[in-house]
Design a protein around this ligand. Structure first.
Ligand code: NAD
Ligand code: UDP
Length: 338
């Protein structure tokens, strides 16, 4: 059974390709490589022993998608393709709205034309409003996003919800990811951000390997157990498996389903630093810096709905996340350029 995977050469997409293959699905990848390397797919082949059908192109290109869906009979799509840098989205809102929304609109149009009315969408915990109580449930308040990237996820979900409402044949799953970290245990695929990492885990591993002098801890005066920001970090392989569970759900349901993919446990910045040091026997020098504008003190999921409805639950713990991040980083200090 073939699955169209947009953005499949990226960090989460490449890990999902591995899990799809292991669950006997055949990924058909389309990616314009604007934030990834085709080498990730060669590595997926190394891990799974299977070639991946790959189209290098833009998901906003209707003719390309039409040609792919004419060539391959897919059962559904997983839509990872999108721009994801929060700061960049503030500086380049037009490009973020254009890319993230047009890709979703184009993909749905072509899927509908081919009678494939099933899609899993990469949404984010960022769609939740900042004034919710923790943990975040799928019913918690959304909106009040603090940047254009967040709004593209909020609007992407809404577009899919409306499509499912208008046409009862559609089945849509909006997956709200918390903080994906880690890498495949082989160390062959992982996350390699361009330039200076924005996210905590790549910054920690680049500091441990000596590419960064120290980690700036953004604020130690939050109302948390040690004053630093608390997040729900989830191993990327668990996240990838959540997509396999979502496909099974798609195939037996119509309408829209929304699910949190998180562990339900929050760790602070300093918890993560200490866990990384002890899991890997390395040192991560840090300095306390000002708070980062727009950051919340605490953000973690209530994952019960995913467990009960999708039958999915995170398996990996904090130690696994830290070990696998370092395994990837130390084997590939320059990502896929090595
Ligand atoms: P990524 O940048 O590694 O992967 C996204 C992929 O999409 C890249 O390979 C990029 O080249 C491709 N792409 C972007 N626009 C495209 C287009 N118009 N046509 C074809 N390909 C295109 O990012 P990721 O971390 O793997 O994230 C995957 C998805 O999950 C994104 O939609 C992201 O917004 C979402 N998400 C990520 C996180 C996270 O922390 N990584 C959290 C929540 C949600
Ligand atoms: N963080 C930090 N230093 C960094 C990057 C992140 O202290 O260099 C903190 C950040 O303030 C937040 C947590 O780490 O409390 C997770 O940040 P990330 O950007 O990875 O995820 P998000 O804030 O988007 O959930």
């Amino acid at each position: 059974m073939k699955v169209l995977v947009t953005g499949g050469a990226g960090y989460i997409g490449s890990h999902t390709c591995v899990e799809l293959i292991e669950a006997d699905y055949t990924p058909i990848v389309v990616d314009n490589l604007c934030n990834s390397s085709a080498k990730s797919l060669e590595r997926v082949k190394e891990i799974t022993g299977q070639d991946i059908t790959f189209y290098q192109g833009d998901v906003c290109d209707e003719a390309l998608l039409d040609a792919i869906l004419s060539e391959h009979e897919v059962i559904c799509a997983i839509h990872f393709a999108g721009l994801k840098a929060v700061g960049e989205s503030v500086a380049m809102p037009l490009e973020y709205y254009r890319n993230n929304l047009l890709s979703t609109l184009t993909l749905c149009k072509v899927l509908g034309k081919h009678g494939v009315k099933k899609i899993v969408f990469s949404s984010s915990a960022t769609v939740y409003s900042g004034d919710n109580e923790m943990p975040l449930r799928e019913t918690s308040k959304t909106g009040n996003c603090t940047n254009p990237y967040g709004w593209t996820k909020y609007m992407g979900e809404q577009i899919l919800r409306d499509i499912a409402k208008a046409d009862g044949e559609w089945s849509v799953v909006n997956l709200r990811y918390f903080n994906p970290v880690g890498a495949h245990k082989s160390g062959l695929i992982g996350e390699h951000p361009n330039g200076i990492p924005n996210n905590l885990m790549p910054f920690i591993s680049q500091t441990a390997i000596g590419k960064r002098h120290h980690l700036n801890v953004f604020g130690n005066d939050y109302p948390t157990h040690d004053g630093t920001g608390v997040r729900d970090y989830i191993h990327v392989v668990d996240l990838a498996r959540g997509h396999v569970a979502a496909i099974k759900y798609l195939l037996s349901h119509t309408g829209e389903g929304v699910f949190n993919l998180g562990t339900g446990t929050g760790y602070s910045v300093l918890d993560m630093v200490k866990a990384f040091e002890s899991a890997n026997g390395v040192s991560v020098p840090y300095e306390i810096a000002d708070r980062r504008p727009g950051d919340l003190a605490t953000c973690y999921a209530e994952p019960a709905k995913s467990r009960e409805v999708l039958g999915w639950q995170a398996q990996f713990d904090q130690n696994d996340m830290c070990r696998d991040s370092w395994n990837w980083q130390s084997k590939n200090p320059n990502g896929y350029d090595d």
